[in-house]
Design a binder for this molecule. Structure first.
Ligand code: ADP
Length: 477
């Protein structure tokens, strides 16, 4: 933490540290960065109550006042971008350039929703009879809870907290226990910007299931927004059903990346590298399986091997590194088991990955993959790429849709007909056409099928935190 420039942040972390607390580990060096005092389950009740009280005042502010406070938060995030990026690389492992990108991306949600705060429009509805006037107004949902993962330690928080606050809601955030330091810095900057402490607060704990249970069942919490695995999402959905909470779920993905025979190969490979190896393959929209037309496969794989061998694995603090460690040893062992199983089923490793120490992993390209293999159905979340060939459009469409997931998908082609047909027929919430990185604060992010419920970012992201109230004004003669 000595690397940070801000004395305020340094002393904040010092004040929150405790020798007996939760150890935050640098995945690149496996050194302990800090031990944090954990939140206590018995204090959550009061935290929710304080949020409820603060939310009532916050919702009474004019939209413009909330907007201005969010803009100050955005400014502070931009001013502290270097420190936040350093924290992300230290606790999460992604290369520093990617961490800087994530800070800009994370801050962009705060800026966007500061603007959207002023546009929570209701409607006037033409009434069916002249003695009535009908309208709708938009009102905040109330107190919300967010549970966020470790792969985007800032963006997954701001993408939920910014629209919630813009709409007039309060929020309790439980970040991943693996990346709590970014969350602490980002929420502290929110408080410095004027967002009341009780309105936006954190739960730092390794008791994820226990806190998750309380947050998803307390009747004072009206909405739960979760980003993480489909397994945990299903637990939260069940728990939230007892009090009929609103839910937003951003869950797992199994993104296909299709390269047709008329694609620009160079551009497809650049898109694939970005989509597959960003964050060491640990994003829910990362390419999970490559489908390449049989007539171009040899040429495509030859160029791909070349590009993949140029990736530099190592500690993301070093400027030449493009692939950081995976998050835990357990994640590495899981990936190795996935690869071993695929090889037993007939897959062939076509590059020469070295065995690396600690949590580092070289990229692994797997050829000879059949659609029925387990590796095609699993969300890999790591730098491993199964390659499948296809003969025709119908066949690849069926294979691409053959999954319970439906988050992101990608395809490369020059044919307008294919662009239209595949954009419409791929069963996914997001489609990248001749583009491997598609996420932005101005477009709706989210999945269908078992990849989730709801959308984040864009104008749709604001609706997730608003209720529509219908007002019927009668007796007008
Ligand atoms: P990942 O596999 O990406 O770590 P998880 O779904 O396990 O995804 O974790 C995402 C978030 O959910 C983290 O903040 C984690 O602490 C939390 N979490 C894990 N298990 C539970 C649970 N049973 N109930 C609520 N939250 C949980």
């Amino acid at each position: 933490m000595q690397l940070l420039r801000s004395e305020k942040l340094k002393s904040l972390f010092e004040s929150l540290s405790s020798p007996e607390g939760i150890a935050v580990i640098n995945p690149a060096t496996e050194e302990e960065l800090l031990r944090l005092k954990p939140s206590l389950l018995m204090e959550l009740d009061e935290q929710i109550e304080q949020c409820r009280i603060a939310q009532q005042d916050w919702s009474k502010l004019a939209a413009k006042e909330r907007s201005l406070i969010l803009k100050s938060w955005f400014q502070l995030l931009v001013e502290h971008a270097d420190d936040i990026a350093t924290i992300i690389t230290l606790e999460q492992g992604k290369p520093l350039a990617e961490s800087r990108g994530e800070v800009a991306y994370g801050a962009s949600f705060v800026e966007w929703f500061a603007e959207e705060a002023k546009r929570a429009y209701g409607e006037v509805i033409p009434a069916p009879s002249m003695d009535r006037r009908l309208s709708t107004i938009k009102q905040p949902v109330g107190v919300c809870a967010a549970i966020t993962p470790w792969n985007f330690p800032i963006a997954m928080i701001t993408r939920k907290a910014a629209p919630a606050l813009a709409a007039g809601c309060g929020m309790i955030v439980k970040p991943s226990e693996l990346t709590p330091l970014t969350a602490i810095a980002v929420v502290d900057l929110a408080h410095q910007a004027g967002i009341p402490k009780a309105l936006l607060s954190l739960v730092i704990s390794e008791q994820a299931a226990e806190f998750g249970q309380l947050l998803s069942t307390d009747p004072r919490i009206k909405k739960i927004s979760f980003t993480g695995s489909t397994r945990v999402g299903k637990i939260l959905l069940k728990q939230a059903s007892d009090s009929v909470k609103a839910v937003s779920m951003e869950l797992g993905g199994n993104a296909p990346f299709i390269v047709f025979d008329d694609a620009d190969i160079e551009s497809a490979i650049n898109g694939l590298i970005a989509s597959k190896f960003r964050n060491a393959g640990q994003t829910c929209v990362c390419t999970n399986r490559l489908y390449v037309h049989e007539s171009i496969k040899d040429e495509f794989v030859a160029v791909l091997l070349d590009k993949v061998s140029a990736l530099q694995v190592g500690n993301g603090r070093e400027p030449t590194i493009t692939l950081g460690p995976v998050i835990t040893m357990a994640a590495k062992h899981r990936l190795e088991a996935n690869i071993d199983q695929a090889v037993q089923e007939g897959a062939v490793i076509i590059n020469q990955p070295q065995k690396l120490p600690g949590r580092f992993m070289e990229p692994v390209l797997l050829d000879n993959i059949e659609q029925g293999m387990a590796i095609v159905q699993q969300e890999l979340f790591g730098p491993v790429l199964p390659i499948i060939t296809f003969e025709n459009d119908e066949q690849v469409l069926a294979m691409a849709n053959d999954t319970e997931y439906g988050l992101a998908c990608y395809f490369y082609t020059d044919s307008l007909k294919r662009i239209i047909k595949f954009s419409e027929c791929l069963d996914y919430g997001m489609v990248g056409v001749n583009e491997g990185i598609i996420s932005t604060e101005v477009a709706p992010f989210g999945g269908i099928k078992e990849s989730g419920i709801g959308r984040e970012g864009a104008k749709q992201g604001m609706d997730e935190y608003l209720e529509t109230k219908y007002v019927c004004l009668g007796g007008i003669n």
